[in-house]
Design a binder for this molecule. Structure first.
Ligand code: ZN
Ligand code: ZN
Ligand code: ZN
Length: 169
């Protein structure tokens, strides 16, 4: 009996191999993982797999269209199995957390350049940068601490002032 994953590989025109099945499983469990994370996870299940073999599989998957490679600026390339829907990503500037967000428009390309300069455009890259919920909470806690420290300093300064005033009187 053919499993869903074997079927997926055949549908994409790829031969079913153990490394490919392993990497497919890792991608399903770790959306938006970088190559190193995928290598580590794949080798946990199949210690005989070389990093090169995993890189090769990733390349084949992207080429066959069953995986998508995304490259947020300043981060290593990330891989995911959600393909073909032109979705975008929310990326946290602080911790690098990443989340899927549906395309505002739908089918790709979602942006029509005012002048394509003769190019045939097949993709528009849209990344939403910001701060994830966890980092917002952390930043809020930090600013409260800074505010408190500030108030304490101000308080000390006022006291010092009062003491000096008192000495003069
Ligand atoms: Zn974050
Ligand atoms: Zn995604
Ligand atoms: Zn879009």
């Amino acid at each position: 009996m053919e499993t869903t994953r074997e079927h997926e590989l055949r549908e994409a025109g790829l031969r079913v191999t153990r490394p490919r099945l392993a990497v497919l499983g890792v991608l399903a469990d770790h959306p938006h993982a970088d190559a190193d994370t995928i290598v580590t996870a794949a080798r946990e299940q199949h210690p005989s797999l070389s990093p090169q073999a995993v890189y090769g599989v990733l390349k084949a998957f992207v080429g066959a269209g069953i995986a998508r490679r995304i490259e947020p600026a300043g981060a290593p390339a990330l891989f995911e199995l959600r393909v073909g829907d032109n979705h975008h990503h929310l990326v946290c500037r602080s911790c690098g957390a990443i989340a899927d967000v549906d395309c505002v428009v739908g089918a790709s390309p979602c942006l029509k350049p005012s002048d394509a300069a003769g190019f045939v455009v097949d993709e528009a890259e849209v990344v939403f940068w910001g701060m994830c919920r966890d980092c917002q909470v952390e930043a809020a806690a930090e600013s409260v601490q800074i505010e408190e420290r500030h108030l304490n300093e101000e308080h000390d300064m006022i006291e010092e002032h009062d003491i000096r005033e008192g000495a003069r009187a």
